[in-house]
Design a protein around this ligand. Sequence first.
Ligand code: AMP
Ligand code: GLY
Length: 429
Amino acid sequence: MKVLLVGGGGREHALGWKIAQSPELSKLYLAPGSAGLNHLGEKLSFGDGELQAIADFAAENAIDLVVVGPEAPLAAGLGDLLAAKGVPCFGPSRAAAQLESSKSFMKDVASAAGAPTAAYGRFTDIEPAKAFLREQTAPYVIKADGLAAGKGVVIAESLKDADAAVEEMLSGRFGEASEAIVIEEFMRGEEASFFAITDGENILPLIDAQDHKRAYDGDKGPNTGGMGAYSPAPVFTDKVRERTMKELIEPVIAEMKSRGTPYVGVLYAGLMIEDEKPRLVEFNARFGDPECQILMRRLKSDLLPALYKAATGGLKGVSLDWSDDAAALVVMAADGYPGAYKKGSEIKGVEAANALPGVVVFHAGTKEENGGLLSNGGRVLNVTATGEDIREAVERAYAGVDAIDWPGGFYRKDIGWRALERDDAERAR
Ligand code: AMP
Ligand code: GLY
């Protein structure tokens, strides 16, 4: 099978690393690929923003499957361009990708499907939005309707801050993405994410994970794309898994099909869990980054046939084997991330880290130059490790971090704290 992988971060390194292990792969093409994939596939001259170039290349070179990592090309219609040329694509159409790209669309679908989520209102004008806020209680949740790179959510403790967020967003803070806003009920509980692959009708449940969205230790500082992750998530019990499938994923996939816009690809459900009851926070139309990386570390089966069957409507009866081992990931980010940061500082020790037990380092934002490795992004390295339990996986991941010499970066030192605290409490009993 000839596969074209779209995207260039740590998630795509992990997907490419896994796909490259498949006996069914004949050639891997990368648009543009992570620097960590340079020796596993052929880097194309265009990147993940050049949709027409991707579709033309795929059609002209008889690509069997295009796998799309990030949301932006999906929201812009890459799936539709490929479908028009008859190229199988793992990733939803533009209409189906609205489950991520439009918060109000997601809310409509969830409500039609009866999926549990926060009550909400949608607004395009400041005054009615402020009036609605006055009917709610603190904390207030205000979201840009469109894609705002994970930055379009404000949780305000006071009405004053909530009003300010409403005014700022509806005056164009995120351009088109905040022409409309959604105001939601605040949900309590613990967050976790769950992933499922679907061909539009048949659903293959994957596994769960937890990530750390804030930049600094103790879940402080600005929101980021994710500073670390681990799997399994102790809060995600068998009962939660069953409810998530029955109450959320299955009805939503059925609803998308009945609307004539079947959802194909991986559906990422961000959940708030309280008393073993999952409620939907968000959907993403793709694998999480960095959650994908630890999913790939726990996946024992060949991934490629499952992706192909999802893209071509044959997922029925497919199953995947997962390792009982836990996996953890520590993001090493450039100083200043998620704000302004410098590129081009030298990184050493990745090979030494990769030689440690259980450790695999994925490249999220690096480049090779004159035989050396330089930082080339905000999130730069993803140090992953597997272990018998989360404690061991986390310890091994930090041993990997210690082996890396990169003065230009920082990382959180408390990845996995929720799971470890829970484990401490259980041991003390
Ligand atoms: P989102 O971009 O929708 O995933 O929101 C970003 C983060 O804000 C989530 O991961 C949650 O931590 C938090 N959040 C969003 N919506 C809610 C809500 N309705 N109640 C509580 N927390 C929320
Ligand atoms: N790690 C969160 C996300 O990929 O959206």
